[in-house]
Design a protein around this ligand. Structure first.
Ligand code: 6MZ
Ligand code: ZN
Length: 336
């Protein structure tokens, strides 16, 4: 994937990953295991990932998640996926990881939302016991397609686990198909989550024409923003949205390959990383869905560096500054 000397630099660079959807992060190797567990589904690996040079609409990306969810529908599958994903991030030089995932109920297998969350927590604890050099936290995800009631259930679940998971559950993510539903319906739910001490990372302006929604959600304000692709005026956003982000100093989670492959950004060089980085605003390079988009965090750092001519020192600083944006209480180890 990467040439040797440069590749080694980015892999060895101690990194922080703050935007990784569990079921979007499943590697080819793990996918093969899952496919062999469920041969009757007749799923080919080509249906669960978007390869090099390929691009899909965001809508098509969401179809891919439906296929993956069919393959991950038991506690055993979740345990496999979560432990593998954590090990892979650790092997890629990630020292601190925040995983996010949507608690799912599967009537056929007896999976409940609660056992879903418990299983992810078990995976995190298992990896810790293995002595992996990575600190992992967990955000429960609200899928905006599922409406207010389900969102409230997720918040309640997150509250419960925030108190009982030894600090592993730290917050909430708002994600799912950005073209479905309206953020204003979720405001009270998100406000409640914030009031009880859950940190909020919201997918915001991932698609155009969401000025009103972004404006409302920025008033919370969230603790971090996922993507924020269309916030700035050059792409149809507005200066007042930008000003709100700057005034509240809300870090952005930026996922280059995800946006290029999902066709919300026309090319790497046109990625909004440039806009926010030039402003000196906290911008954290992340993978989003390393399995679906066939990437890893080292590769995303390398792509950012080559596309925007960042020196190695600047890359180092970029990864160092991500520490200030984590939801975990404190970085137990200094990245050095
Ligand atoms: C590409 N851009 C994106 N935009 C919005 N939501 C996304 C996403 N990528 C992933 N997800 C969200 O994460 C879920 C899969 O992981 P989990 O089952 O939760 O672990 C997807 O179903 C979607 O809700
Ligand atoms: Zn995302």
């Amino acid at each position: 994937m990467m040439d040797n000397e440069a590749g080694a630099f980015y892999r060895k660079l101690p990194k922080v990953e703050l935007h990784a959807h569990l079921n979007g992060s499943v590697s080819v190797q793990t996918m093969e295991k899952l496919i062999s567990r469920k041969p009757h589904l007749n799923i080919k690996h080509s249906m669960t990932a978007i390869g090099k040079g390929q691009r899909r609409t965001l809508d098509e990306c969401f179809q891919v998640f439906k296929v993956i969810h069919q393959l991950v529908d038991t506690e055993e599958d979740i345990l496999t996926v979560a432990t593998d994903v954590i090990r892979e991030f650790a092997a890629d030089g990630v020292k601190y990881l925040e995983l996010r995932s949507t608690p799912r109920e599967e009537k056929n297998t007896g999976l409940t939302k609660k056992s879903y969350v418990e299983t992810v927590i078990k995976a995190i604890q298992q990896c810790k016991n293995e002595g992996l050099d990575i600190d992992v936290r967990f955000l429960l995800a609200i899928d905006r397609r599922n409406g207010t009631e389900v969102a409230m259930e997720t918040v309640e679940l997150a509250e419960e686990f925030m108190l009982s998971s030894d600090g592993l559950v730290v917050g909430l993510d708002l994600s799912g198909d950005p073209t479905v539903g309206h953020g204003k319906d979720l405001l009270p739910v998100l406000q409640r989550a914030k009031n009880c001490g859950l940190k909020l990372s919201l997918h915001l302006s991932e698609v155009p024409s969401q000025l009103e929604e972004s404006d409302l959600l920025l008033n919370l304000p969230p603790d971090r923003i996922g993507h924020g692709t269309f916030l700035h005026p050059e792409v149809g956003g507005s200066q007042s949205l930008v000003d709100k982000v700057l005034k509240n100093n809300i870090p952005l989670e930026l996922c280059l390959t995800s946006n290029v492959k999902g066709k919300t950004v026309p090319s790497y060089s046109k990625h909004h990383f440039k806009y926010w980085y030039q402003l000196g605003h906290p911008s954290v390079i992340c993978t989003d869905d390393k399995g679906v988009f066939c990437t890893d965090l080292s590769q995303e750092y390398q792509l950012a560096a080559t596309t925007f001519s960042l020196s190695r020192e600047a890359v180092w600083q970029l990864s160092q500054q991500a520490i200030d944006c984590i939801f975990g209480p404190e970085m137990p180890l200094v990245l050095q």
